[in-house]
Design a protein. Structure first.
Length: 168
């Protein structure tokens, strides 16, 4: 029956909603609130240098962390799992026109900067779909590198002699 609704709309008294295109582009209220919270966390975050996030990223002695505009440290990001705040490495998820739509969150142990003893999974706050974490905006026009995870993207960027775009 659903296929006849679409193929014969007049037969079922269906009409086109004049606001259809506008409604398709509207972000649901809850999603826009999550995006706003993600933007606030990112704006309140600080550079990673000399923080627990740097301790976490520097666990590989062959790859000391270099600051990146897409990655920050926040001392208190809420976790619904523990119903409390934790320090976190956060990375902005942005649209092609550089609007922040979310953050990737890696919760850190507040004493060690490690994640292994925490029972809190990495997560995204806001909208991930269609957005990206820019790690390097290079000059290579022919291709880009898409890395799975912030840590992998940073490692690839450390060995990027052709200055290729890298996104996580």
């Amino acid at each position: 029956k659903a296929d006849t609704l679409l193929s014969e709309p007049d037969k079922h008294q269906l009409t086109i909603n004049p606001q259809h295109e506008q409604l398709k582009a509207t972000v649901p209220l809850k999603q826009s609130q999550l995006e706003a919270r993600a933007q606030q966390y990112f704006n309140d975050g600080i550079p990673v240098t000399n923080t627990l996030a740097q301790t976490y990223l520097d666990t590989n002695p062959n790859r000391p962390f270099k600051d990146n505009d897409s990655i920050r440290y926040h001392p208190r990001v809420y976790s619904s799992e523990t119903r409390s705040t934790h320090p976190a490495l956060i990375a902005k998820l942005e649209t092609p026109d550089n609007q922040i739509k979310g953050i990737a969150v890696t919760y850190l142990n507040d004493a060690t900067g490690d994640i292994s003893d925490l029972k809190i999974n990495k997560r995204v706050l806001g909208t991930k779909s269609g957005n990206h974490i820019p790690i390097n905006e290079g000059i290579q026009a022919d291709y880009s590198i898409l890395a799975v995870g912030i840590e992998n993207a940073l490692l690839i960027n450390d060995n990027n002699p052709t200055n290729t775009d890298i996104i996580a």
